[in-house]
Ligand binder design. Structure first.
Ligand code: HEM
Length: 480
């Protein structure tokens, strides 16, 4: 009698280990610096030489480390996350946004806040959020609010900014923020984030927290101060609006509103305590800062990818028409549009709205044989990870199939190879909100419109914390 043979399931292909880390040479650093001025971050980053998963640069003091491999990122963000603090650039944002989750450096307070805030984004709360999202999109589509120039070009990036701002304001404040308030919020937040970005570039010449110059460099500091003064005014305008809305709610009934502000005010810790007024303000500012431009840019790059890939766009139009049959999508529909969702994720792979984020080593560590002394700056370069040829076949191509349920190409790929929302305990708290928003907005716009890149338009990218097209996204919008 022959012994029965055991049939093992097909095993995942094993991925070769990342090529060894290496130090950047003087000439390579000079080349990088020379190209920083071209203001195209993806191109500048792609000039990082070789294929090492980790590159480091040592000029004076602790090294600057670029990570473009998920194995190394995992150590920083997950397995040894206790050793890594948010990078210094977050301190600049903290001056403007306060102690909201994104910029909170106080670990016990962050943990308490995360526990209070995370449930706000649970599935049961996302359903009313979906209604705010579709209502905002419907009124945007009905109003035909986008402005075409004389050549018929619409800046789709500006249009997506306006739309996602309306979404986040409705999600936060329900019907209590009128159109004029939303406009002021958008303008002020833009000023604030621009100032933060300008200050990032100057973080080496002055101390962010004390605002005291480290180096005397008058022209830079004057320019910085101009932005800073504008930011202070914008912050005051936002404070007035946000505190006004908080106080209004506290005077009236909190329980019947179905928006994030009501949920923030109603959130209770295990001991029954709630957030104080200032913390509620900080979380509101953080949602406005973190949750509007990111999604607008994700959608903007999606329209570019679809315009350049008509077959993928056709399939998305067919899916949307078949599933929605011309009606407004609901919360449940977000899960019934797999191709639309795959297109959105593939666009975020190629153009991650947060193309890089930072940490600083709180103590010594060693990553893949490289000593990481205390104080090392770590740059998690998501945009490079997402195009790493070791992890992605045809990394530069737009291929939504990779994100379809059960895609064979995903087998064996490390989870962190795709991390538009970060990883570990500081992972984006608004991930579910953002993905649902992206799918609902994209499907509603696709129902009615087709967006084509203007012939001859050259798209370069720029980074103002998020990755956005440098000179807008000129597109022709035609009804379907
Ligand atoms: C496509 C849209 C979005 C992208 C790509 C994105 C990306 C990210 C990333 C990469 C982080 C982690 C940063 C780090 O670890 O240093 C983050 C954190 C965060 N995001 Fe998002 N985000 C998006 C939408 C949103 C939305 C809609 C909200 C809220 C309404 C939001 C709120 C936050 C908050 C509060 C944090 C800090 C979490 C913590 O540290 O506990 N984001 N986001």
């Amino acid at each position: 009698m022959s012994t029965p043979q055991t049939v093992s399931p097909p095993s995942a292909p094993t991925l070769a280990p990342p090529p060894a880390p290496r130090k950047l040479r003087r000439r390579e650093v000079a080349n990088l610096i020379a190209h920083l001025g071209e203001k195209d971050l993806l191109r500048t980053f792609s000039r990082l030489p070789g294929d090492a998963g980790l590159l480091y640069l040592k000029v004076a003091g602790p090294p600057v480390v670029f990570i473009r491999d998920p194995e190394h990122a995992r150590q920083v963000l997950v397995t040894n996350q206790d050793n890594y603090l948010k990078g210094n650039d977050y301190k600049i944002l903290a001056v403007l946004l306060g102690r909201g989750l994104l910029t909170n450096f106080d670990l016990p307070l962050w943990q308490r806040q995360r526990k209070l805030v995370q449930p706000l984004f649970a599935k049961r709360h996302l359903a009313p959020m979906a209604t705010h999202m579709t209502a905002a999109t419907e009124s945007w589509l009905d109003s035909g609010a986008w402005q075409a120039d004389r050549d018929g070009a619409v800046d789709v990036n500006a249009a997506m900014m306006a739309l996602t701002l309306d979404v986040v304001c409705r999600a936060l404040f329900g019907t209590t923020a009128d159109a004029a308030t939303t406009k002021t919020v958008g303008r002020s937040m833009d000023t604030l984030l621009t100032a933060a970005q300008k200050n990032l570039s100057f973080s080496s010449v002055y101390d962010v927290v004390s605002q005291a110059p480290k180096v005397k460099y008058d022209s830079l500091l004057t320019l910085r101060r101009v932005h800073w003064n504008r930011a202070q005014k914008a912050k005051a305008a936002l404070d007035e609006i946000v505190y006004g809305l908080i106080d209004g709610r506290q005077r009236g009934s909190v329980d019947d509103a179905d928006d994030l502000l009501a949920l923030l005010l109603a959130a209770r810790d295990d001991d029954g305590s709630s957030m104080d007024r200032e913390l509620v303000r900080d979380e509101v500012m953080t949602f406005l800062g973190a949750g509007h431009e990111t999604t607008a840019n994700a959608l903007t790059w999606l329209w570019l990818c679809l315009s350049r890939n008509p077959a993928a766009r056709r399939r998305m139009e067919e899916e949307v028409d078949e599933v929605l049959q011309g009606r407004v999508p609901t919360f449940e529909d977000a899960d019934r549009l797999p191709w639309t969702s795959a297109c959105l994720q593939e666009a975020m792979r190629l153009y991650p709205p947060v193309p890089a984020f930072t940490r600083v080593a709180g103590g010594p560590d060693e990553i893949d044989g490289v000593k990481i002394p205390r104080g090392s700056d770590i740059i998690i370069a998501t945009s490079l990870m997402h195009r790493n040829p070791r992890l992605w076949e045809n990394p530069e191509g737009f291929d939504p199939e990779r994100f379809m349920p059960g895609a064979s190409s995903a087998v064996g790929r490390p989870r962190l190879a795709f991390m538009p929302f970060g990883a570990g305990r500081r992972i984006c708290v608004g991930q579910g909100f953002a993905l649902m928003e992206g799918v609902l907005l994209a499907s509603m716009i696709t129902q009615r419109l087709r967006l084509d890149l203007m012939p001859g338009a050259v798209i370069r990218n720029d980074v103002a914390i998020t990755l956005r097209p440098r000179d807008g996204m000129p597109m022709q919008i035609t009804p379907r």
